[in-house]
Design a protein around this ligand. Structure first.
Ligand code: C2E
Ligand code: MG
Ligand code: MG
Ligand code: MG
Length: 289
């Protein structure tokens, strides 16, 4: 890549920056053909309903099985894929794959949650992409949940609001992911029609260690209740955190205490289990009808 920007100004690079740039370029080349080479896989992590004690849904989490590097986590390639625009076809693949798996292999009342990148959300044809994935998989719209972060509201709030309403008209559920890490979370909640708030794992991590965390969690849960939104806590790792969340009235929990993200086959097996025990806390793989 040329070491000058568009204005033709040359920049000085030291060896370290050069190496980082080369690594990025190599990764970019690999990423460009990863989709057609079939190197992406979805893992799934259960979301457990606290009261009923069953798996209400699973979140699809993207993994890249790189031929030399092995399993690459999303934080290491999604920002790059967003810069390259590759996130749009990759994201559509994720959506189609997740809908197809849930429709074909899971109990009928289990949701699938899919993360949407802000870049993908802002695409003019996002509504067609989502409805196409639903139609082709046969998944009932109410079983699809789209997780978006506050960053989608930052650029063009009016457009984001219109898109959110159109998604809700399709019948899909929309959650605000990583809640509490962005800018004007509270004002967004008032204006945007979310079905669910996912409290960011940074607040859950310090539950029981820092007193202010439980105050924040309680406040978000109360807010969700008043606004008619369900609350999921992400990153639940300990029994103490779970007990605090249960006492505070949190709707759903997700985290290593229950399950790490697992392969599609393992997720299907979990959903078929009659009973699973996480640190003395029993829950069901499926809803008993
Ligand atoms: P996220 O949507 O907030 O997903 C939760 C992340 O927390 C996942 O990381 C999950 O594996 C991890 N996690 C779950 N439980 C625990 C726990 O108890 N402790 C800890 N320490 N971590 C836990 P992962 O899979 O590496 O994904 C990271 C981020 O990458 C996601 O954050 C999401 O923003 C993004 N991502 C993943 N898949 C996709 C995708 O298909 N499309 C897009 N656009 N973004 C994705
Ligand atoms: Mg998410
Ligand atoms: Mg999150
Ligand atoms: Mg995140």
């Amino acid at each position: 890549r040329a070491k000058s920007d568009e204005s033709g100004v040359a920049h000085l690079y030291n060896a370290e920056m050069d190496a980082a740039m080369q690594a990025r370029n190599a990764l970019e080349m690999d990423l460009r053909q990863a989709l057609s080479a079939g190197q992406f896989e979805l893992f799934y992590q259960p979301q457990v309903e606290v009261r009923a004690r069953w798996i209400a849904g699973c979140e699809a989490l993207l993994r890249w099985r790189h031929p030399e590097k092995g399993l690459v986590p999303p934080d290491q390639f999604i920002p790059l894929a967003e810069d390259m625009g590759m996130i749009v076809p990759i994201g559509e693949w994720v959506l189609r794959q997740a809908c197809a798996t849930a429709a074909a292999d899971w109990p009928e009342n289990v949701r699938v949650a899919v993360n949407l990148s802000a870049v993908q959300f802002r695409c003019h044809d996002i509504i067609d992409v989502v409805s196409g994935a639903l139609r082709d998989s046969g998944l009932e719209a109410g079983r699809l949940e789209l997780e978006i972060t506050e960053t989608v509201m930052l650029q063009d709030a009016a457009m984001a609001l219109a898109t959110l309403h159109q998604l809700r008209e399709l019948g899909v559920q929309v959650s605000m992911d990583d809640f509490g890490t962005g800018y004007s979370s509270l004002s967004y909640l008032r204006r945007f029609p979310f079905d669910r708030i996912k409290i960011d794992q940074s607040f859950i991590r310090d539950l029981g260690k820092q007193d202010d965390c439980i105050s924040i969690v309680r406040a978000v849960i109360a807010l969700g209740r008043d606004l008619g939104m369900a609350i999921t806590a992400e990153g639940v790792e300990t029994r103490q955190q779970l007990d605090m969340l249960e006492n505070a009235g949190c709707t759903e929990v997700q985290g290593y205490l229950f399950n790490r993200p697992v392969s599609a086959a393992a997720a299907t097996a979990l959903l078929q289990s009659a009973s699973i025990i996480a640190n003395g806390w029993p829950y069901l793989g499926h809803r008993l009808s």
